[in-house]
Write a protein that binds this ligand. Sequence first.
Ligand SMILES: [Zn+2]
Length: 136
Amino acid sequence: MARHEFSRETRREALKRSRNRCEASGLRYGLDEGQRCNCSLSVGVIFDHDVPDQLGGNNSLENCRAICITCNKFKTRGDIRQIRKSDRQRDKASGVIKAAGKLRSPSFPKSSKAERRQSKPPLPARPLYRQQEEQP
Ligand SMILES: [Zn+2]
């Protein structure tokens, strides 16, 4: 569900403009370019953001399309991909996503505990492991 919804007035105007026929058209609704769906909206109508809310679309009548349920399903799948893509781009720009291999663990100041551990003699290699390694 979009965070911002069209007002009742906008919905009423959009439905009036549609003449109760689906206003969806073009490739992103699974139709040919310039082809309008035109199916009856009497079984169900979705008021769709032409430019999705998350991509900066507003709730004006111009950005509102009265579309059928089938077209909405098709469009929603496309929107999700688009929105995710724009999220990724934003994250990359703000440094949320770092390129692989550039992650480094932060360097901690040496504590007295770490120094004590270093003074201990190193542990002998595990015999079982060495044995396996030397086998032909
Ligand atoms: Zn339709």
